[in-house]
Design a protein around this ligand. Structure first.
Ligand code: KG4
Ligand code: ZN
Length: 341
């Protein structure tokens, strides 16, 4: 029923998160702890460090959101924890912690697929004003995932296309590194691009115009590497760096728009174009996708950035949708590093 409350836990990558959500979509409390500082010296997420950080922080975050929500443990309808796909150490930490809470308080446990959680965020009442109705096209654009998914209902997903090499966020991060920007490079590259000329470098647009909606980014990254490589020791003039950033971003936005058009061709019944994942925070990407949606007379549904990137509200929401259908998981459920939708 509408007053049921679920605790969501997220620990699949480098965000430790907990949230308390009511079945009517009201967020009672949410907390996200980014591990950026732990990982930045290594220029990427170190799985072992991530798992240890989740172990250290998750219990406190869970207690914090429960206190903030003013909900007693027995008042919960269930515990939902991300159980894949992702880094196995962190998944084991989060799922085991969630199961322990479920045992201690006699609550149902829901093992949530992280991709399903991203996919259903657009249906969270009140959070996305224009609300998404099934079926819609989801573009999941993050550091670990890059795919087009037909979302036809809760538990009904069809992957229409995916990346043949790097995820789009990974491409942003690797290109940013080539340009001497700190990790994670996406936001820094976007900032640098504002000072650049996007028409300056003619970069490839991999798979542009190709049937289907697969993605490829490694050729684009390599083209940037070549442009940078002409300058020894990375002594690239500042304007060249900005122009490369802008040209790269424009190429990515153009490719994503083209892939979205082809994906919409594959799902003519789509009621909306939905974006999720960290790259959905990029203004050039949003603008390009808004253009595609407008061409088709559809709304572009982009949840607020904090719900686009990894969070526990989306996990709790997926948990609520599953509990509504009586879908709970046994305490022996094993977390899965790979778990396609
Ligand atoms: O969804 P997310 O927070 O975590 C996962 O990868 O699951 O996405 C992070 C990715 C990183 O690759 C980051 O560089 C990219 O999203 N990103 C951006 C922007 N903000 C984050 N890429 C381009 N422009 C941005 N403004
Ligand atoms: Zn994610």
């Amino acid at each position: 029923e509408a007053s049921a409350v679920v605790l969501g836990l997220e620990s699949s990558c480098d965000e430790t998160a907990a949230a308390v959500l009511r079945a009517d979509g009201r967020i009672l409390a949410e907390a996200v702890l980014s591990q950026l500082q732990e990982h930045s010296p290594y220029g990427g997420v170190v799985p072992e460090i991530a798992a240890r950080a989740h172990l250290e922080h998750l219990p406190r975050l869970a207690a914090q959101v429960m206190a903030e929500a003013g909900v007693a443990w027995p008042g919960l309808a269930g515990i939902a924890a991300t159980s894949g796909p992702g880094l196995i150490g962190g998944l084991i930490v989060g799922a085991s912690f969630g199961k322990g809470l479920a045992i201690a308080h006699g609550l149902p446990f829901v093992a949530v697929n992280h991709l399903e959680a991203h996919a259903l965020t657009a249906t969270l009442p009140g959070v996305v004003p224009e609300g998404a109705r099934f079926p819609y096209l989801l573009l999941l654009l993050s550091g670990g995932h890059c795919q087009c998914v037909a979302v036809e209902g809760v538990g009904r997903y069809r992957r229409l296309g995916t990346t043949l090499d790097d995820a789009v966020g990974e491409a942003f991060d690797k290109t940013a590194k080539l340009l001497g920007l700190p990790w994670p490079g996406g936001p820094a590259l976007e900032r640098l691009a504002t000072e650049g000329d996007a028409a300056r470098f003619k970069l490839p647009r991999p798979l542009y115009g190709r049937v289907g909606c697969d993605f490829s980014f490694s050729g684009l990254k390599t083209a940037v590497a070549h442009a940078v490589g002409k300058h020894p020791a990375g002594a690239l003039p500042a304007q060249d760096r900005a122009d490369l950033a802008a040209s790269f971003q424009a190429a990515v936005a153009a490719v994503l728009a083209d892939r979205a058009r082809h994906a919409l061709d594959m799902l003519p019944a789509a009621t909306a174009l939905v974006v999720a994942g960290g790259v959905a925070a990029n203004a050039a990407v949003r603008q390009a996708l808004a253009g595609v949606a407008a061409e088709r007379g559809l709304a572009l549904v982009a949840p607020p950035v904090r719900l686009c990137t990894d969070n526990a509200v989306m996990v709790a929401w997926a948990g609520i949708e599953r509990l509504r259908r009586g879908l709970t998981d046994p305490l022996g459920h094993a977390p899965r590093p790979r778990w396609p939708l």
